[in-house]
Ligand binder design. Structure first.
Ligand SMILES: *[C@@H]1O[C@H](CO)[C@@H](O)[C@H](O)[C@H]1NC(C)=O
Length: 354
């Protein structure tokens, strides 16, 4: 038995919260630009995470935005500042050209690379046990997410996020040119056919890095720092390769439902598309999760007012909704969804086959 074994066991106990240990310290890294639609929801779920806030610090970089993002962040920080160990916000000019439409240029990637690398070194310089990277459009509805990730005892682990269609925040495979490859492992993980912690090649949007592991010294988002790397200028692909080449496994956890993420916008899509994505996610959430998405009460005035006129899709005389009397839960869900869509309906009592 090596002299460190006892210490490693002690550390493992610590992570699982046994005995009288405090929660490990976590620095949460958030990059924000043009995310006003999501922020009232994002902050709600960030704040609801079941984790000792005095052991959490938050580092946010907020770019000059074309929407209300800066105002929302300021308001939230004012109300939450005292609860967390620290909240540092850096408001900055976008160093890449600020434009309304999304353009996935190399310049934009370089910018993300710089910010991610900066986040990682800030978490390290704060001597945090963990760096938790979360994009501002990730809605962690499950308040146990961070706790479950910490208890996995992995160097890099992401919660499997739900989205629209087949999209999620992990890659099960990669082509030799470093781009996406879907393998047979993808779907069973997506659909939670096999639950647990699965090794994958790449994660994005939301992931936890254990800074107490020596292996994290090899991890980087910066292509130039990765000797021999000739792949695309992309923060997360570089990170995945830096892990792979140094035998640092990356995991995705799909034991439970953790949260939701929109499908990334394509070149040329705009802020309006993002709002539509949020609306689509709201409907999707009701399929998987018992509660509808809720914004933080104090930020409610920033959420889009539903100005949809009540409608019957234009060409129907009437929309009937058939519902069993003994399933008020389903009625509630449909009422919420029809309301979101601005549709009027008349409920009809179903004949109970029982
Ligand atoms: C976590 O969420 C569940 C379900 O929404 C709730 O019942 C529980 O009280 C929450 N726990 C904490 C510590 O907030």
């Amino acid at each position: 038995m090596g002299i460190w074994d006892g210490l490693h066991e002690l550390r493992d106990c610590k992570k699982q919260g046994f005995g009288s240990f405090k929660d490990p310290t976590v620095v949460v890294n958030v990059l924000i630009k043009d995310k006003a639609h999501f922020l009232p929801y994002f902050f709600h779920y960030l704040q609801k995470l079941d984790y000792d806030k005095s052991r959490m610090g938050i580092w946010m970089k907020v770019d000059k935005s074309n929407d209300n993002s800066e105002a929302i962040v300021k308001e939230w920080v004012d109300s939450a500042q005292k609860e967390y160990s620290f909240i540092d916000v850096v408001f900055g000019e976008a160093e890449h050209e600020s434009q309304k439409d999304v353009q996935w240029t190399e310049e934009r990637f370089n910018y993300f690379i710089k910010l991610r690398e900066e986040s990682l070194s800030i978490a390290k310089s704060r001597w945090a046990d963990y760096a938790f990277f979360v994009d501002a459009d990730v809605l962690l509805v499950n308040n146990q997410t961070l706790r479950e990730l910490v208890s996995q005892n992995k160097v890099v682990v992401a919660p499997k996020l739900d989205s629209l269609g087949m999209y999620s925040n992990y890659w099960s495979g990669m082509q030799s040119n470093y781009y996406y490859r879907r393998t047979d492992e993808y779907k069973p993980i997506l659909e939670r056919k096999n639950k647990g912690c699965h090794q994958v090649i790449l994660v994005n949007s939301c992931f936890l890095v254990d800074l107490t592991s020596r292996q994290t010294d090899y991890l980087t988002f910066t292509p130039k720092k990765l000797n021999g790397y000739t792949g695309p200028v992309d923060d997360m692909i570089t990170f995945a390769i830096s892990a792979f080449w140094n035998d640092v496994p990356i995991y995705v956890l799909n034991e439970n439902i953790y949260g939701f993420v929109p499908v990334p916008l394509d070149d040329g899509q705009s802020l309006e598309d993002e709002l539509m994505q949020l609306e689509a996610l709201k409907l999707e959430v009701t399929v998987e999760w018992p509660e509808p998405l809720e914004p933080l009460e104090s930020l409610k005035n920033y959420t889009e007012v539903q100005n949809k006129t009540s409608d019957k899709l234009g060409f129907f005389d009437e929309i009937f909704l058939i519902n069993l009397d003994r399933r008020p839960d389903r009625l509630k869900r449909m009422e919420y969804n029809m309301n979101q869509l601005g549709l009027n309906f008349t409920r009809v009592s179903a004949v109970d086959g029982k």
